[in-house]
Ligand binder design. Structure first.
Ligand code: HPA
Length: 270
């Protein structure tokens, strides 16, 4: 796999002559972030050798390269989910590629269901930890030491440094943020009420179907991570909800301007 990653990196470098320092993975309904980038190049996934191709409605598939306040950024417009049928190596392949393009700091965003009763729909949550409940581990199998060690320390998956900066920024920008623990499930079903209860009992604040594998692989390669989640629905064990993909996209869209601003300023002032 190391060689395959290098082949993809080589292809991109030959084409672009651009070295991003920041990587951003845009979650459901947050794709508009690319408008905040002074775009220099856009590479659709289907033109990139060895890249999987995105399938879900609402997720565009392209790598977008450009600048935010002079900082070199690559954004993934659309990500790969395990529930789409990709294996974890495919889900996390773009993170490997980002690393060897030069990315040191990875910002991941997503939409999630809130189980913390202090949350409400539309809340912006800074993820300070996660619980991996995905059925396959992205680092399972023979370890390639060129990427990172066999046994990865996960005691600070999300950079305290970036979390502190983001919280201060949010305050200055008058953006209300909460923080919380994200639990990753495979989906594609939303949770039963009992599963939402389980998520809560397990100690998480919100639940979604992405992010965890990407952050694991990023930490394998010692990338610094920052995660932000938009609460698009509430999973309350006592109340039937109406969550659907449309509802998720709609709620995420409403929060998008503030999430965009936060990520943009985090990168701009870093
Ligand atoms: N559960 C899982 N994933 C999600 C949810 C949810 O309630 N909302 C948005 N993504």
């Amino acid at each position: 796999m190391f060689e395959i990653v290098q082949e993809t990196v080589q292809y991109i470098q030959d084409k672009l002559n651009f070295s991003p320092e920041y990587g951003v993975i845009l979650g459901s309904g947050l794709g508009g972030f690319t408008e905040d980038i002074e775009v220099e190049y856009t590479l659709p996934y289907n033109e990139i050798p060895n890249f999987p191709v995105s399938t879900v409605q609402g997720h565009k598939g392209a790598l977008v390269f450009g600048k935010i306040n002079g900082k070199n950024v690559v954004a993934m417009q659309g990500r790969f989910h395990f529930y789409e049928g990709y294996d974890m190596k495919e889900v996390t392949f773009p993170v490997r590629v980002m690393k060897y393009l030069g990315v040191k700091k990875l910002v991941v965003s997503n939409a999630s269901g809130g189980v913390n009763p202090n949350y409400k729909v539309g809340d912006i949550v800074i993820i300070y930890d996660h619980i991996n409940f995905m059925p396959e581990h992205p680092l399972r199998g023979k370890n390639d030491e060129r990427f990172g060690p066999r046994f990865v320390n996960m005691s600070e998956p999300y950079s305290k440094n970036l979390i502190d900066k983001a919280k201060k920024l949010a305050q200055n920008l008058n953006i209300e943020v909460k923080d919380g623990i994200y639990l990753g499930l495979q989906g594609p079903t939303f949770e039963t009420l009992s599963e939402y209860r389980m998520v809560k009992i397990l100690g998480a604040d919100c639940v979604g179907m992405s992010t965890v594998p990407e952050v694991i692989v990023a930490r394998h390669m010692e990338m610094e991570c920052f995660g932000v989640s938009v609460i698009t629905d509430m999973g309350d064990e006592n109340n039937i909800n109406t969550v659907s993909h449309d509802e998720v996209l709609e709620a995420a869209k409403k929060a998008e301007p503030q999430v965009r601003l936060l990520i943009k300023q985090l990168i701009a002032t870093d």
